[in-house]
Design a binder for this molecule. Structure first.
Ligand SMILES: [Zn+2]
Length: 518
């Protein structure tokens, strides 16, 4: 997910009391906590005759007078994390299923002030997790006005700011930058240069050869531009070795070689990275000293159980304004089938497991399933949108885009997806029913009965079919699916398909319609 707002991810934040799943929702503002802290809402502490003065310090002198204490970004995150833990607050909102695995390690790494690398296959909420670290920064931080690298008012690095302070001293102006501007990320690719990531000096000045390194003006790259913030590099092993060395120098030595000049650049950045575990551990993909530099290596994972994955899907699926025009009612067994398809795909030898199968596959399948059910409801003028087994083949475009097949044969992909769908329906069906309780239905079909269904068959037809088929009504009752005709239709298909996959009914496909017979 890289780029995924969820990615899905999705994992459940666990609160400090150890309750398991937190409901999704907008991230809590943590002003409440911050009011007790020195820096966060610093300006709010200014009082004049008892009323709060909204004016924040505007110059270095005013900031100093106000008693502002500078701190590193890691100290700042640590302080805010401690406050949140003390207050029992959720600090990784919307993260489902990581409460006992990933989050404790992440919190420990942040408390230790370590740089962090997340190892995991795609679609394991790495990006979401990393972006959520922004919530642990202060609301605003003071920086010297006009500085390209957010220089600290008390300890500027750049030439511009040092010159400014030399001429204006305590009158030099400061600005307050909000925390979103203190986060940056970059997807590593082999063509990234030192200039992109760290910076470049004017080649003409260098050619003239009469400048000292600290007289050279630097065109800053991405990392310095996020000085005093968080910088994330996704897919770290894809960075060229030479650039990895530059990155290490910045993190470790706090200086860097640009065009032969050794330039001191004591940045204050929390560097977070993500990587596929196989690339990261592969000898040669990453230079050892850089690997050493990361204090914490945290392994992410797919949701450990179907419930977590269903929660993520519900949280992350695209919602629309008109969602309320028709009642969307997804039976629990259909949700289970959707995530079971993904879970089977994660074990399939026909699918490339190095790339993995993202939770995004479940989300996209679920959206496709809802869309087909919605299309039916519109066409048949039904009020309820209830997905059925015959909607499942319509996940094909969603799913094939999310996985990499091991095969190159044309047409094989569809077969593989069909098999995953069948496997998922069978597994879920057998959780709900034992064949013995369905014998009356099987007997009816054995006696020469046959029915025909399709994704566009009106729901009322299934209700009639249910009443005509001895034993079927009891099975539908067991699924609790009598709320509406579309719900009944879905349950009828689930039972028929389950019997077919257990080899108790035959099934023929004729031009988009399915016939079940004994
Ligand atoms: Zn500066």
């Amino acid at each position: 997910m890289e780029g995924f707002p969820i990615s899905i991810g999705e994992c459940c934040a666990k609160n400090m009391n150890g309750s398991s799943l937190l409901s999704a929702g907008s991230p809590p503002r943590y002003n409440m906590v911050n009011e007790t802290q020195a820096a966060a809402n610093f300006a709010e502490t200014f009082r004049d005759g008892g009323s709060v003065v909204k004016q924040k310090p505007r110059t270095i002198g005013e900031l100093r007078e106000a008693g502002y204490k500078p701190h590193t970004v890691k100290q700042e995150i640590r302080r805010n994390l401690i406050s949140r833990i003390e207050a029992g607050q959720e600090h990784f909102p919307g993260i489902i299923g990581y409460g006992e695995t990933v989050l404790p390690h992440l919190e420990n790494a942040l408390l230790s002030g370590q740089d962090i690398i997340f190892l995991g296959e795609r679609g394991q909420a790495k990006s979401r997790l990393i972006r959520s670290l922004v919530n642990l920064l202060d609301d605003e931080a003071p920086a010297i006005t006009g500085c390209e690298i957010n220089d600290s008012p008390f300890d500027p690095i750049c030439r511009h700011c040092r010159d400014l302070i030399a001429s204006e001293g305590e009158h030099a102006e400061i600005e307050w930058i909000d925390r979103d501007r203190r986060y940056g990320e970059k997807l590593a690719t082999p063509d990234i240069t030192i200039a992109d990531l760290i910076g470049e000096v004017d080649p003409i000045k260098v050619a003239e050869g009469r400048y000292l390194s600290d007289e050279l003006t630097i065109h800053y790259g991405l990392i310095p531009r996020h000085n005093r913030g968080i910088f994330c590099i996704n897919e770290l092993p894809d960075l060229a070795e030479r650039i990895q060395v530059g990155l290490l120098n910045i993190m470790e030595e706090r200086d860097v070689q640009i065009r032969g000049y050794r330039i001191r650049l004591p940045l204050d950045v929390l560097v977070v990275a993500s990587a596929n575990p196989e690339d990261y551990t592969n000898r040669g993909r990453i230079i050892t000293p850089l690997k050493d530099r990361y204090g914490a290596q945290i392994r992410t994972h797919y949701p450990k159980n179907a419930e977590h994955e269903i929660d993520i899907v519900e949280q992350e699926r695209t919602h629309f304004e008109d969602d309320t025009d028709r009642k969307v009612d997804v039976p629990q067994y259909m949700k289970e089938i959707v995530v079971e398809i993904t879970r089977l795909a994660r074990r399939s030898p026909d699918i490339n497991q190095r790339s993995g199968v993202s939770v995004r596959a479940s989300i996209a399948d679920y959206e496709a399933l809802l869309a087909n059910a919605m299309r039916r409801a519109i066409r048949l003028k039904e009020t309820d949108v209830v997905p059925r087994v015959s909607d499942l083949p319509f996940v094909l475009p969603a799913l094939t885009g999310k996985i990499e097949f091991e095969t190159v044969d044309d047409g094989r992909e569809e077969q593989i997806v069909d098999r995953l769908i069948q496997g998922a329906v069978l597994a879920v069906f057998n959780r709900y029913f034992s064949l013995g309780e369905l014998e009356p239905i099987i007997a009816r079909f054995k006696a020469g009965y046959a029915v025909e269904v399709s994704d566009m068959t009106p729901s009322a037809d299934y209700v009639k079919l249910m009443k005509d088929t001895e034993g079927l009504e009891a099975a539908i009752e067991k699924l609790g699916a009598r709320a509406s005709d579309p719900a009944t239709a879905s349950a009828v298909e689930f039972v028929l398909e389950g019997l077919h996959l257990n080899k108790r009914l035959n099934k023929d496909k004729v031009s988009g319609r399915y016939q079940y017979r004994g």
